[in-house]
Ligand binder design. Structure first.
Ligand code: 13P
Length: 248
């Protein structure tokens, strides 16, 4: 049986003070739910939040990670640096990075590899745009996004990785995928992995992201191939994030 996982992605929101309050609020509401929980906070708040989560069940993650290990790469943050602040997870290939900052399938694969070299679990984000969905390219797009990583690091690397299916058209739009729409793609991803390695396919956590909220999380999480969520807007409020976590 796969363990579920709920991850908050704070994106570029908040202040130092509000980040501290939000982390404390989440920690205060944690209980021994049989699932894992993490927050991916802005880089500059990692030192503060890393102290707050110490000894709690709340794990920490980054929202990106450099595709190189060290050197003259102005503005980048390496896996070694993130490890120093106890990042358990790193998002790689979030659609906002792909759309606005030029992340390519190849650079996402390199980020995935960098994370793993420091024992950080990459959360590989995949998903199609509305246009791609309307042109029936959803599966093809996801194949390419997965293949770039598999080609670089091999399928065995997915022993220690998470996949997040985030349809771009559902992110921040309030238009969540229906339970069935999401399940269809999660099932597809699992079958795609199964064709390469059945054991990995059975155990890998596949999260859904895109306008997941307290009122739709239960339905999504009840789907057989949805193992939790990657939550944007609704993770900025401790109560709603915890409600989603408790929908598992
Ligand atoms: P929203 O939950 O705000 O739609 O964002 C989803 C997301 O992009 C999480 O990474």
């Amino acid at each position: 049986m796969r363990r579920s996982l709920v991850v908050g992605n704070w994106k570029m929101n908040g202040t130092l003070a509000s980040s501290e309050l939000l982390a404390k609020g989440i920690i205060a509401g944690l209980d021994s739910n049989n699932a894992d929980i993490a927050i991916c906070v802005p880089y500059v708040y990692l030192p503060c939040v890393s102290e707050l989560v110490k000894g709690t069940a709340l794990a920490l993650g980054s929202q990106n990670i450099a595709d190189k290990s060290t050197g003259a790469f102005t503005g980048e943050i390496s896996a070694t640096m993130l490890r120093e602040f106890n990042c358990k997870y790193a998002l790689v290939g979030h659609s906002e990075r792909r759309t606005f900052y030029g992340d390519t399938n190849e650079s996402v694969a390199a980020r995935f590899s960098q994370a793993q070299q420091q024992n950080i679990i990459p959360i590989l984000c995949v998903g199609e745009t509305l246009e791609q969905r309307e042109q029936n390219q959803t599966f093809e797009v996801i194949n390419d996004q997965l293949d770039a990583v598999i080609n670089l690091v091999g399928v065995a690397a997915f022993n220690s990785a998470v996949i997040a299916y985030e349809p771009v058209w559902a992110i921040g739009t309030g238009k969540t995928a229906s339970d069935e729409q999401a399940q269809e793609v999660h099932y597809y991803i699992r079958q795609y992995m199964a064709a390469k390695d059945q054991v990995i396919a059975d155990k890998i956590q596949i999260l859904y992201g895109g306008s997941a909220k307290p009122d739709n999380a239960k339905g999504l999480f009840a789907m057989p191939d949805i193992d939790g969520g990657l939550i944007g807007g609704a993770s900025l409020d401790a109560e709603s994030f915890l409600k989603i976590f408790h929908s598992i």
